[in-house]
Design a protein around this ligand. Sequence first.
Ligand code: NAD
Length: 296
Amino acid sequence: MSLDPLTIDGAVAVVTGGAGGIGKGIVRALLAKGATVVIADVEEPALDAAVTQMTGLGAVEGVLCDVSDFDSVVALADQVFAVHGHCNLLFNNAGVGAGGGGRAWDHEPNDWKWCFGVNVFGTANGVMAFVPRMIESGQPGQVVNTSSGDGGFAPVPMASVYASSKAAVSCLTEALHHQLVTDGTRLGASVFYPSGGLMNTGLFNSHRNRPPELERILRPARRSSMTFDELKARLEAAGRDVTVADLDDLGRFVVAGAADRRYVIARDLTDTVDLLHRRAEAIGRFEVPPHHDMGI
Ligand SMILES: NC(=O)c1ccc[n+]([C@@H]2O[C@H](COP(=O)([O-])OP(=O)(O)OC[C@H]3O[C@@H](n4cnc5c(N)ncnc54)[C@H](O)[C@@H]3O)[C@@H](O)[C@H]2O)c1
């Protein structure tokens, strides 16, 4: 049974990581369509600033929340359901890089713990804390998990930890969607692949939110992440497309996709589909599949 499109006007939406980058674009788009929005973010000054900026745009509030901490996400859900009675849209969008630089063996356990804590457990915590209550409320709803083409479709080998975390997000979302349909709920799931150009967001500076207990210990100074400007310059030098995405436009795109109950929310997938075919063919020959080649 297919689900009816969602009405955003009057819906209650939660956006994790909504105080920055792509999440902020999602929040703006939701407010423009008349949703009540709860921004959940771990970065308190950014959260306060986002709520102040958006207040004139509609009904918005901020909740300080660490998505990697299940109790913190349960407290967020408690607040949302106590104040609003239901939740129609859950955007599990908060995410971080891994911070260790390229090679898998150059990372250390705390890189994996932090990255998987936010990206994978953060998404799982959102699902576990919200979905049972979303189902119980009887309201229509959609869970939108932010993955990445890096990992979700194929790895960028030099971003192995981040790619592994996003592969997990895509896999989890697919299983979740099947479960929601099999159980005859009024909910669906979507996997969102930010796309349509380079994204100038705080992801390149994720370590600002890295908890001290998960800092690098073994090689603290080794390999910090590339900045957005460095990435853009390297792609430019390699003759690649360096169009910078408009994050508000991307926000409108993902909200429209969620309202339409689209499972895969992504911009042009032509190159991706070609890559996936080549990957499938290589796997069918028992060979290592081709990966994302950034040319840098
Ligand atoms: N920027 C890109 O090129 C790109 C590409 C593909 C996917 N993504 C994904 O898009 C999502 C948004 O990232 P972005 O690029 O906007 O980066 P960003 O850093 O601008 O935004 C991420 C937000 O998540 C918040 N956050 C970090 N740790 C958190 C935690 N433990 N609990 C709650 N909130 C936390 C940050 O404070 C920030 O507001 C992420 O899942 C990221 O992996 C980004």
